[in-house]
Design a protein around this ligand. Structure first.
Ligand code: ATP
Length: 294
């Protein structure tokens, strides 16, 4: 009986081999190996300065690493700028905001890889942009100047531009840091939905470890420019690893969709009973819900 020929596995969306990055002569990433499968959601966590943004910038082609980074099997150095932009879209932590630009024009920049040189955007490009703005709850913001938006509104616009780009690999650097909890969930649910319907691959960084663990298939803990742990959220979000690498006091408890990481105060000094404060109610004072008034 003949053995079946081995089927070739598809190339991973991201393949990092011994990625080393130095900035201004200082070694920042000191040999990172990582693969992210197509359709996977991997979140990189780690303390401030660990090198998370640097890692994402290298994967997005914003820092030179022509041989150490492969995207869908192709060394990033072999992808021309327009080709790369069709493959990978980045939501940076603090993108440069062109002064005086309206939201619609900014999000249209995401369509640049599809617009011929000296050409104009097509009806399809505009339809894509409008659809993304609607999905991100930004329908009323088309004409608003970016600089006039709140931090959270602007963060959603940055994500809109990346989604309008139509790339299959999304790099999200702290995508929800300025968002209220409602919009955090809305944005992450949208990304997760696109992952399922459009086969997006997500490589993200996040400081909110509980939320990170709820969405990621796999987590990577980076410290001092190297990977110190990788695995499922349950394997990486442990009290021991977080204490060791963040120098944080935390409790980790099981949650419905992943471990919940609760920062706890290391030593709370014994406090005498708080004196009864005047006018202290034993319940919150809740303003009447005007929307229910007739
Ligand atoms: N241009 C630069 N020159 C020198 N050092 C730099 C440069 N850019 C970044 N660094 C340093 O590289 C290290 C890693 O920075 P990076 O922004 O990747 O960390 P991070 O893990 O994303 O941190 P954070 O959680 O604070 O966002 C930091 O110590 C930072 O000061």
């Amino acid at each position: 009986m003949s053995t079946p020929a081995p089927t070739s596995l598809p190339a991973p969306a991201v393949d990092l081999r011994d990625l080393r990055i130095s900035l201004d002569g200082a070694p920042i990433l000191t040999g990172v190996d990582l693969t992210v499968a197509t359709g996977e959601w991997v979140t990189v966590i780690g303390p401030n300065g660990a090198g998370k943004s640097t890692l994402l910038r290298a994967v997005g082609g914003l820092l030179p690493a022509p041989d150490a980074v492969r995207l869908f099997g192709t060394p990033i150095g072999e992808l021309r700028r327009r080709e790369r932009a069709r493959v990978v879209a980045t939501v940076a932590q603090s993108p440069v905001v062109p002064s005086g630009m309206a939201v619609l024009d900014y999000v249209l920049l995401g369509r640049t890889p599809y617009i011929p040189p000296l050409g104009r955007e097509s009806a399809d490009d505009l339809a894509t942009v409008h659809e993304v703005l609607d999905r991100l709850d930004l329908a009323g913001f088309h004409a608003r100047e970016l600089a006039t938006l709140s931090g959270g509104e602007r963060q959603r616009v940055f994500l809109a531009r990346a989604l309008a780009q139509g790339a299959t690999l999304l790099l999200l650097d702290e995508p929800t840091s300025a968002l209220d909890i409602g919009h955090q969930q809305e944005v992450l649910e949208l990304v997760d939905q696109l992952r399922r319907t459009h086969g997006l691959t997500v490589l993200a960084t996040m400081h909110d470890l509980s939320i990170a663990g709820e969405y990621a298939d796999r987590m990577v803990l980076l410290a001092d420019g190297r990977i110190v742990a990788t695995g499922t959220p349950e394997q990486v979000l442990t009290e021991d690893l977080l204490a060791r690498h963040y120098r944080a006091h935390v409790r980790v408890i099981p949650g419905p969709h992943g471990p919940l990481v609760l920062p706890t105060r290391p030593n709370r000094p014994n406090r005498p009973n708080r004196p009864n404060r005047p006018n202290r109610a034993d319940h919150a004072v809740v303003a009447p819900d005007k929307s229910r008034e007739t």
